[in-house]
Ligand binder design. Structure first.
Ligand code: AQP
Length: 333
């Protein structure tokens, strides 16, 4: 490896990727790929913390890879692989489980949220999800982890686990930092704008899927929930403005213009005009990605070749960390 700093991140193939996943994570990955050694995975092990249809997970895993590439991630320059193709993730997660406290995991917002949404299946994997995520990151000695705001709590616990382990055994792990995008770190639901936009939301009108038809995307934005005040203004923390704040954020992220500039353009104008323009801007952002995606997804062999080459590199890098960890905790090598 060269001396570039290391980046690790990934998305779970637990549904069709949303505009939130794109603006919060993948768009940022594209901008980082020239300056860092980047490793991006399709996080299939994480998906089964919630019941999935196996054929859907299988299909979506390659779709996520095709989307990474369509968004601009260069498969020649970055390591792209399927998480389950590298067993070191599960192996390190077991070790780290023994260095993580129940109390820490109980405080995780995502666990509380997902266990209330899936009350019939509050499994141990859902509970220890952040430990697997810590293993994902620490295996590659990642310096930075570009994620959306919802994942920052998991980055914090990852740092705590790494520091705890290092305090006992010496400098085994690089302690990583989360990297948020400047705009779009927390894209909200179009129907309940105080909740984050999520690919597993039961209401498809709540999210823009990167797989939606262009007219569906426009319709979803035009029917997004706003307020009755009729003023296009960004007011941080004001729940009644959550819908407009969200549309302004989305507009800013897809057009690369500041929110202040956008607000000035709409002084005295109504929500109808604004929503039409946001819809058009989002469609223009997603259209070229979709065209590229449609081309790439047709070539399964190309995608499988990337996965197998990526898994080989991922296994090679992570074995160094895993061996070190096994040696430190006393396993015979
Ligand atoms: N709404 C969002 N705004 C900004 N960033 C987001 N991310 C997710 N939703 C938003 C970021 O996308 C990356 C991949 O997320 P994930 O697939 O690992 O799972 P998640 O964070 O739980 O996202 P979802 O879409 O809500 O998935 P489900 O519904 O399966 O739980 C992460 O960097 C995340 O921050």
């Amino acid at each position: 490896m060269d001396d570039k700093k290391i980046i690790f991140s990934g998305v779970q193939p637990s549904g069709n990727l949303t505009l939130g996943n794109y603006l919060g994570a993948i768009k940022n990955w594209v901008s980082l790929q020239n300056d860092y050694r980047c490793i991006y995975a399709m996080m299939d092990l994480h998906t089964i913390t919630v019941r999935q249809t196996p054929a859907d997970v299988r299909r979506r895993t390659l779709e996520v890879l095709a989307l990474y590439i369509a968004c601009g991630i260069d498969p020649e320059e970055n390591i792209l692989f399927i998480q389950s193709h590298n067993s070191a993730h599960a192996e390190l997660a077991w070790v780290l489980n023994c260095y993580t406290y129940m109390g820490e995991l109980q405080r995780m917002t995502q666990f509380k949220d997902k266990s209330s949404r899936h009350a019939e299946n509050i499994n141990a994997g859902l509970f220890t999800y952040p430990v697997l995520m810590a293993a994902d990151i620490l295996l590659y000695q990642a310096d930075y982890v570009p994620v959306g705001k919802d994942q920052m709590q998991h980055i914090e616990i990852c740092r705590d686990i790494a520091q705890r382990f290092n305090a006992v055994y010496g400098d085994v792990f690089t302690v990583p930092e989360g990297l948020l995008p400047k705009v779009g770190a927390n894209v909200m639901s179009l129907q309940e704008p105080t909740k984050k936009m999520s690919k597993s939301d039961p209401n498809p009108k709540a999210y823009i899927s990167m797989m939606d038809d262009m007219n569906v995307i426009a319709k979803k934005i035009k029917s997004s929930v706003t307020d009755s005040e009729g003023v296009i203004e960004y007011r941080e923390g004001d729940e009644t403005k959550a819908g407009i704040n969200n549309l302004l954020t989305i507009m800013s992220a897809v057009t690369k213009r500041s929110i202040d500039d956008i607000v000035k353009d709409y002084a005295g104008k109504g929500y109808g005009d604004f929503k039409n323009d946001v819809a058009e801007a989002v469609v223009e952002c997603i259209r070229p990605i979709r065209e590229e995606y449609d081309r790439i997804i047709a070539d399964k062999q190309y995608l499988m070749d990337i996965c197998s080459k990526g898994a080989e590199s991922a296994r090679r890098i992570s074995q160094r960390t895993l061996k070190k960890v096994y040696k430190k905790v006393g396993f015979v090598l």
